[in-house]
Design a protein around this ligand. Structure first.
Ligand code: SF4
Length: 606
């Protein structure tokens, strides 16, 4: 007898639903046949659509490289170990190292693909150990989420998914259509069904989203925040004071210190275009401002988020942040409620490992080495006394982990997730996990019980006293930072062989490609890294090799001549580790996360 089971795609935060209709008695490792996959035509989020990559999700289940059991690192590499022995070993290690170095030497890092329930259990583990250091690791989403949930004075008015199709103006910051092709359908429906709909895109390269724009604010790489500032300023100067914005006087005064002519100079966008965007946002209602998170795309993604919120408020628009991590919003909200101010972020934990103050990292699902730019993370986590990693497939981080445990894709998990619209979605176990694999929830329960037996009683970790509430003065400080940023860009000089490397999202992959690199479709669509260079740049020709150098790191990859890049730019897909590693590590000390921006690189045609 066939039975329907429902799950959710975990390759981005939209949360598209899919159903598998199959008998109970099938042999587990027989892959799901196409006719067993149903597309949920009545699901309001995806209405039966799935991205190309998501159609291949089931390949993960029977992939020959999948980690199917616990492994322990020995002098001759990893060897299989029994669950009982390995969990006892982990418990011993935690107890011993807490005794020796204290609870605060332990960090817990979570992948944004953990469920809400698994996150709650991980927080219980942190409480029991007595460490405040727990965080999820999605470098793309962190600055945006940290700002949104910081108790900002801005109002966040999320649209419903159906409302997007009724918008008369859609303002998109970033390459939405590359990140979430399914969500793009809702925006395109608004564009083609509503004759008045206008699509404004703010993005430095000419991506899929830019192709559909009525107004493409093709700003110079890293200068998005300056365009947003310019639009806000023009709203005051030319369109009259925005009635909906709180503390207008403060905003106006802060913006007075910024010269719009400098913005045009630094961004390469004309005053007319900025004015056009300001007028459309003010006039054509209803409107939505969508901010797509990304790795290395914006300079100061935190300020970009602030300005997007201010602009949405000033124009009485909805504000929709789009996250890369499937459950980034759910995990961030849970951790923000728990974590005291002394708790380190994921980036700070890596720095603490580098400095030797973090001794143990319990890493649930992150390929730390692939995720972080450069080689610092790799060097840092090699110094840990104990590194535990869970993963679906072997990766650079599991290769050096003392203990490796299998992780499950969502198709095999029950629980819930929260999508970018703030909706809680339920996951069924579509297929049972193979063999003796334990879920992350089961692993966490075993660790919690084992540590209790060892005498751990939990330590009272004071929760954050109150959500950090930013004030008007903070906004003035942010505008001053933007003014300084403009000054530094005005002074930016380039030598003959220097370019700006702009990371781009390849729709065939998701995030750092840790999962999607195992999907045959994704590999076929994007088999190797390449550099898109504008026609006429140094006489660049297709398939020629270019050597790109950033600081100590360099990579040599083939060239694709294309219109996507402007002169002076190199556009390259960011899921490839060779490209991610070229971006710079720049910690924002007060905020505790990395500012990863388009990098100035040196190029040499070979
Ligand atoms: S990647 Fe995102 S948009 Fe695509 S099917 Fe999955 S959840 Fe939907």
């Amino acid at each position: 007898m066939k039975k329907e089971r429902h799950t959710v795609c975990f390759l981005c935060s939209l949360g598209c639903g899919l159903t598998v209709n199959r008998g109970e008695d099938r042999v587990y490792y027989q892959p799901v046949a196409t006719n067993e996959l149903e597309y949920q035509l009545d699901n309001p989020i995806n209405r039966g659509s799935l991205c190309g990559k998501s159609n291949y999700l089931f390949e993960l289940l029977s992939h020959p490289k999948r980690i199917l059991g616990p492994q322990i690192l020995t002098s001759s590499g990893h060897r299989d170990e029994h669950w009982e022995k390995i969990t006892s070993y982990i418990i011993e290690q935690i107890a011993e190292l807490v005794e020796k170095y204290g609870a605060e030497s332990i960090g817990i890092m979570l992948s944004p693909c953990l469920t809400v329930e698994e996150t709650d259990q991980a927080i219980s583990l942190a409480r029991l150990i007595g460490t405040p250091h727990i965080d999820y690791c999605s470098l793309e989403d962190k600055p945006v989420l940290a700002k949104i949930l910081r108790g900002s004075f801005f109002q966040r008015r999320l649209p419903g998914i159906e409302e997007i199709e009724r918008m008369h103006t859609s303002f998109i910051v970033g390459d939405l259509f590359g990140v979430s092709p399914v969500l793009s359908k809702h925006f395109l429906k608004a564009k083609y069904d509503q004759r008045a709909n206008k699509l404004i895109v703010l993005e430095s390269s000419n991506s899929h989203t830019g192709w559909f724009a009525d107004t493409h604010l093709r700003t110079n790489p890293g200068t998005e925040v300056m365009i947003l500032t310019g639009i806000l300023k023009l709203l005051f100067e030319r369109t009259g004071e925005p009635q909906t914005l709180p503390w207008k006087e403060t905003v106006k005064k802060a913006l007075d210190s910024i010269d719009i002519a400098d913005i045009c100079k630094v961004t390469g966008v004309s005053l007319d275009q900025i004015q056009c965007a300001a007028e459309l946002m003010m006039r054509e209602k209803p409107s939505v401002l969508t901010l797509v998170s990304g790795f290395g795309i914006y300079d100061r993604a935190d300020l970009v988020t602030d300005l997007c919120q201010a602009l949405a408020d000033a124009t009485d628009s909805y504000f929709l942040p789009v996250f890369t991590g499937a459950n980034s919003l759910g995990i961030h909200e849970a951790i923000a409620k728990f974590k005291p101010i002394t708790g380190m972020t994921a980036s700070e934990m890596v720095e603490a490992a580098e400095q030797g103050s973090l001794k143990v990292l319990l890493n649930f699902g992150v390929d730390i080495i692939r995720t972080f730019p450069g080689t610092r993370a790799s060097n840092a986590i090699r110094q840990l006394n104990f590194l535990l990693s869970t993963a679906i497939f072997p990766n650079d981080t599991t290769a050096i982990s003392h203990v490796v445990l299998p992780e499950l894709p969502w198709i095999e998990k029950a629980g819930s997730t929260i999508n970018m619209f703030g909706t809680r979605l339920k996951l069924d176990v579509v297929l049972p996990p193979p063999g003796q694999i334990k879920t992350t929830g089961e692993i966490l329960s075993i660790l919690i019980d084992g540590l209790k037996e060892k005498g751990f009683q939990g330590k009272s970790i004071p929760s954050p006293e109150a959500t950090i509430q930013e004030s008007e003065n903070d906004f003035i400080a942010h505008v001053m930072e933007i003014r300084d940023l403009i000054t530094s860009y005005l002074a930016l000089g380039f030598e003959e062989n220097q370019r700006i490397l702009v990371p781009n999202v390849d729709f065939a992959h998701s995030g750092d490609g840790t999962i999607t690199q195992y999907l045959s479709w994704s590999r076929r669509m994007s088999p190797e890294p390449f550099a898109i260079i504008a026609k006429g740049e140094n006489g660049a020709r297709d398939s020629e090799i270019v050597r790109i150098r950033s600081g100590e790191i360099e990579t040599s990859i083939p060239v694709k001549v294309g219109q996507r890049a402007e002169k002076g730019m190199i556009v390259a897909p960011v899921h490839f580790p060779q490209i991610r590693s070229l971006l710079q590590w720049e910690m924002l000390p007060k905020l505790g996360y990395l500012n990863i921006k388009p990098a100035k690189v040196t190029v040499e045609f070979l």
